[in-house]
Design a protein around this ligand. Sequence first.
Ligand code: MN
Length: 230
Amino acid sequence: MMTRRTILELATLGAAAAAAAPAAGTPFTLPKLPYAYDALEPYIDAQTMQIHHDKHHQAYVDNLNKAVGSDPSLSGMSVEALLQHLDTVPAAIRTQVRNQGGGHANHSLLWQSLAPASKSGKPGGALAEALTRTFGGQEKFEDAWRTAALGVFGSGWAWLTTDRSGKVALEQAANQDTPLSAGRQPLVGIDVWEHAYYLKYQNRRTDYVSAFYRVINWDFVNERFRALTR
Ligand code: MN
């Protein structure tokens, strides 16, 4: 039977081994929020933002570093590259990279793609045209977005994605799976894990989805679409 002391010794040995290993690239770090915790009030509350960013996202970063830090062959790879090439990630850490790396990449994009409601703007330029081509207009897109977000069963995300040709789509993903792993680029995604809304909205996911739409940073998403389809 493994005693507590033995487990602690093993943990210490593991840390020492990791410290002695060749540098495994820059560790992944938690990006700073580009606005104050309360900047998205009243649509997304400050306490949710603080816990979501400081605790949940930090945990994805820490666990990703634990997984990738032990494998020097992955040194220097971006989290996006890891997720785009999951099949080349060693099998022993592939699930951790998929889940924790997905969590890191998804939330890093999430913070950037939100803005105070007064600066939310709307889809414009080439993105507005692409939304019209695929969904028939912005209101129809908004309806389809809501349906996609509400239809995610359990924990996951709904994503607006594009390919390089500029064909946009709505996709649902379970857990922290990302469209990157399927060769598509996420433009903006809504996190429908309960940790993203439960403090304020409890079981009212419908209200959260509507509120989220009010704080999408469309200037950012428009520019991201332009850059990805250039
Ligand atoms: Mn989340």
